[in-house]
Unconditional design. Structure first.
Length: 258
């Protein structure tokens, strides 16, 4: 899928993308990927710093990780090694051949990510996921449908990540640079909603984005951090320079309740 999405680009662009480094820190997940001798794992190099930044908090904890798109099966094993023995790893794919990648602690379910009834059975069986990684069809309608169903059912501190979003710039994936279905444009509405309390005019509100603590944008990847918006507090601390109280410790607090 990743190779097909680069079809039509020049060799220079293809090579420059493939040669992107991930920095000097050789973290556990990156080392595991490089040393993999198990089933094939197909990942862009520049995703790994984002994985490690957003997924680290869930290591060695009882949790449910849902990967949409099993493909060649290697990533499910990688995630099991990364998250540890307390994690339940669930993979979803439309290809029944992916059932062969099941193993203790790794579950594979066959169904479409756009089928809400199927997604509902996943939540019923395994509970709300703590981490979702959407590496499925990459079609914008599927991506948005899956996000809107699952994200609202996730608990505080959960993480929802969508990768390979360069498909959003391609018409054959239901997108386009200016399309409202391009997930980058769609997610921008979430950014505006997170900051709507600063405006003087009421903004349209999409309940899907409620309880969003943060949204991170990367090349071809977006990550949502679930959580109740914090009360915003701005403090001024230090020695006051105001005439008449010079030398006294001054504290001023400004609070915004969202």
């Amino acid at each position: 899928m990743k190779e097909s999405m680069l079809a039509g680009y020049s060799d220079v662009v293809r090579l420059s993308v493939l040669q992107i480094g991930i920095g000097s820190s050789m973290a556990d997940l990156w080392r595991d990927f490089l040393s993999n001798q198990d089933e094939v794992i197909d990942k862009w190099r520049h995703y790994f710093p984002a994985y490690e930044r957003h997924f680290e908090q869930w290591r060695d904890r009882s949790m449910m990780f849902l990967e949409i798109g099993v493909a060649k099966g290697g990533s499910l094993r990688m995630w099991q090694r990364y998250f540890g023995p307390y994690a339940s790893i669930v993979g979803v794919d439309i290809d029944e051949n992916c059932l062969k990648f099941e193993s203790p602690g790794v579950h594979v379910k066959i169904g479409s990510q756009a089928d809400l009834e199927f997604l509902g059975t996943l939540v019923d069986e395994f509970g709300p996921p703590d981490v979702v990684l959407d590496d499925g069809s990459h079609h914008m309608d599927d991506v948005i449908t899956t996000f809107e169903f699952l994200y609202q059912r996730m608990r505080s501190n959960s993480v929802y990540m969508i990768e390979d979003l360069h498909g959003g710039f391609l018409e054959e994936y239901g997108g386009g640079p200016q399309s409202a279905r391009n997930f980058f444009n769609y997610a921008h509405a979430g950014v505006m909603q997170m900051n709507r309390h600063w405006g003087r005019e009421p903004e349209e509100r999409n309940p899907v984005f409620d309880d969003t603590r943060g949204i991170s944008f990367y090349d071809s990847l977006v990550c949502f951090e679930k959580g109740s918006p914090r009360t915003l507090v701005a403090d001024q601390v230090g020695r006051s320079k105001t005439k008449g109280i010079r030398g006294r410790h001054a504290t001023h607090t400004h609070t915004v309740v969202r």
